[in-house]
Design a protein around this ligand. Sequence first.
Ligand code: B12
Length: 474
Amino acid sequence: MNILLISTNRNKQPFPVMPLGACIVAEAAEKAGHRVRLLDLMFCEDPLPILASELQECEYDVIGLSVRNIDNNDMKSPVEFFSDLPALIKIIRQNSHASIVLGGSAVSVMPEELLRYSEAQLAVLGDGEVVFPELLRVLSDGKNLDHVLGVATYEHQGFRKKESFLSSLRSCLVPDFHRWINIEAYLSNLSTVPIQSKRGCPYQCIYCTYPMGEGRDYRLCEPESVVDAIKRSASSGLRDFEFVDNVFNSPYEHAMAICEGLSRDHLNVSFQSLELNPLFIDDDLLSAMEHAGFVGIGITAESASGVVLNGLKKGFTTEHVYRAAEITGRHKLPCVWIFMLGGPGETEKTVRETLNFVEKCVKPGDVAFFNIGIRIYPGTQLEDLAREQGVLALSKEEMLKPVFYLSPQLDPEWLVRELQVAMNTHMNFISSDSLSFPYLSSIHRFGYRLGIRPPLWKHTRFIRRGLRLFGVDA
Ligand code: B12
């Protein structure tokens, strides 16, 4: 069959993210014997005429839309991405008779709402590289889709979904990015090359959607296959990799084995991971990461208050957060600490506890990122809690529009003010405002021309100070 995959993501904040999932699915469909083209809309100023002319040039049997983000997760300045879908689907229907299939991480989070809203026929949940080829096989045989795992439909009978298909993975999937996307355009925006060493997440964080798309059980890629995948990509000229695992350092032994494997071959490439759990940080791991070529890590502490960590069900305590700071303090590896303010149980006192921790324990050369409010997704424990507390009355369908939790014990205006004061006095602090900073893309491109390599965030202090010198409110 003739297949068109469209990567619909055009969000360039904090940088344009390479469509790893869409490329993996494209390669899998091609391997299954189909003719596949991937249309990446990331750098298209005006995607509708481009899509229309693509459809006029070639007749497709199935068109898959990869949908990464529902919105930007920013309570202060929310941006909806799902609302791009109807116009794209209208153009497809005007120019083609192809079946339309939705896929991607956004679809795994809110399949029913996205199918209903976009009026697409089908959605794929879970491991697209297995489910999509199977869906194509059944469609080309003209058979019934009822038995295909991981497929959801929305028709007159309403929403129906078969449980997600979760493969055993084992081997690290790395597509030939050069073949599918304009890799130079991404690299010149300081984008990192995504690499996934596992799927699944066993943690219970009350707000999180990770287990929805990937399941609760770990599915680990053999460490050797991860190293081989990176070697292959490095031999095609790619240099700056980012592990996109839900949590990189859990299971601890798996992360260690990958680092040891990477240290054996001197690949002259760099790595980062922004998802480290404080529970599994120790000197041995950080040393192994440094030897492997890591140039930046993110620690998803979320809070330094016991009450809030408990409320979020993070599975670690304030002591773990303080211990992680002590350990990172002994290493040179640049570190960004990630916090979400406003979770269950948050009060002025707990916010101060978190800010005190950062002021005292985070090295001035490191960075602290603060997000205000937590996006509520249907099916999470946070949704139940918000309903119980009477702060959420919207139906699931209405929750496609960004809706956030903020502790009822906190005055939102006080929180915004308090964070602003902290940002004004600490040049190593950033917030969601920094991610939507209008000049961020230009800074990335300028940095690339100067020869700077990712991550850009490790230069936060200098960038913010520099911008302020020029009178820019950064
Ligand atoms: C790592 C990560 C990041 C990194 C990315 C680094 C990089 N270099 O790629 C960073 C930190 C930069 C980032 C930023 C953001 N992220 Co993020 N991120 C992730 C994370 C943890 C992994 C993404 C990933 O690469 N997965 C691996 C690939 C292989 O999986 P996949 O893309 O889902 O593809 C599979 C399937 O979806 C499917 N599939 C994909 N496309 C298609 C198409 C078709 C037709 C079919 C059939 C199937 C299919 O098959 C694929 C292979 O199995 C996910 C959580 C998660 N577990 O998904 C969140 C996630 C994707 N991010 C999310 C969000 C919201 C964002 C941000 C908007 C802001 C934020 N605060 O996090 C920005 C947007 C960035 C941008 N420019 O678009 C959301 C998106 C959904 C939603 N809730 O809106 C997720 C799901 C987390 C969440 N909160 O729910 N992110």
